[in-house]
Design a protein around this ligand. Sequence first.
Ligand SMILES: Cc1cc2nc3c(=O)[nH]c(=O)nc-3n(C[C@H](O)[C@H](O)[C@H](O)COP(=O)(O)OP(=O)(O)OC[C@H]3O[C@@H](n4cnc5c(N)ncnc54)[C@H](O)[C@@H]3O)c2cc1C
Length: 389
Amino acid sequence: MQTTDQTAAPDDMDAMILESIEKWLERDVRPHVMDLEHADEYPQAMVEQMKELGLFGATIPQEYGGLGLSATTYARIVEKISETWMSLSGIFNSHLIMAACVTRMGTPEQKAHFLPRFASGDLRGGLALTEPDAGTDLQAIRTRAVRDGDDYVIDGAKTWISNGIHGQCFALLVKTDPEAEPRHKGMSMFIAEKGPGFGVSKKLEKLGYKGIDSAELIFEGYRIGADKLIGGVEGKGMQAALGGLELGRINIAARGCGIAAAALNESVKYAQIRKTFGKPICQHQAIQLKLGEMATKVQAARLLTYDAARAYDSGQRCDMEAGMAKYFASEAAMENSLEAMRIHGGYGYSKEYPIERFFRDAPLMCIGEGTNEIQRMIIAKQLVERNPV
Ligand SMILES: Cc1cc2nc3c(=O)[nH]c(=O)nc-3n(C[C@H](O)[C@H](O)[C@H](O)COP(=O)(O)OP(=O)(O)OC[C@H]3O[C@@H](n4cnc5c(N)ncnc54)[C@H](O)[C@@H]3O)c2cc1C
């Protein structure tokens, strides 16, 4: 549904990229979504097309072969893709967070070695932070890297890792000094490629977010060169993770916008076609109230998302803006998918319509990249920090 925002109009090049993505979505994605979703099948052909489109290098600087897009244009792309099939955006989002960790904090050698391969999509992967006993409280992770000559030896486990099966390479958060105080000073990030000692234990079954693989990663005596420690110095792992998560939260916000908008679009169409008591249901005030609320939430979510993206692009600290966008847009996705289900009546519950998918996909936006409880705490802390008395 067109609730256009002119505040973040893309430039010509970005507009061309967006147009080619929209064409691809209509031609090569939309016709296959229902089948792939319900079979929970990895969209291999689409991944190859995403490589061609440059999506795996969307935010990687051009000097390393990426498209070098702004976070604002990136958010627009993610929103469009999520309107069609949210799962697809997960295949390149955590991959790009991994790339952002290298771009922001990697050594020149690490950038030259990894970024061109990330940008082409030949080397794909994601972000391995969460462990069975530590998600929100990342400083409680137990995966351990011990220095041994020119290498480190890593033991531990990660869970819920997006692209864990089909990806080959992960930004891996570990403890290099478990006794350090404060705890974050003992944390480091590696770029870890699969090899001996790095296994995948199982694909995790989920409510939604079908097609994309979520998996447990197991490290048993996994040996990795010290030259793969991001930035070359220990103790910067949390900084790398948190910096990457700002972009990640803008991505989740954009995904929330996409789901919320798709739920609205389907509802506006359906409400004009479905008749009860002699008139289309869009003429009943109870339905109009829902549509009015839904459209307002989509627009507000977009504006918050583009505001956060602009702050990110300007190099400002933007955890408050990204937190607000992520929180609001994900809740809008939840609320709009539920309202869409009510508007569609029994058909909203049917697997022949996309509404039940929006309803299953939306909750993940409230959990991933920092739960919505945590986002509100980040917002509050920033409010106080920015407004001292
Ligand atoms: C489909 C899927 C894909 C994912 N992909 C990835 C991935 O690619 N990489 C990765 O590293 N992780 C990934 N995750 C993990 C995700 O980031 C975590 O699930 C999330 O950070 C929450 O951690 P947790 O599940 O351990 O919950 P917990 O941290 O155990 O939190 C449980 C509850 O307690 C609340 N809570 C926790 N601490 C506080 C506090 N201090 N104050 C108030 N409330 C609090 C939380 O908000 C939540 O409601 C994925 C998860 C899912 C479901």
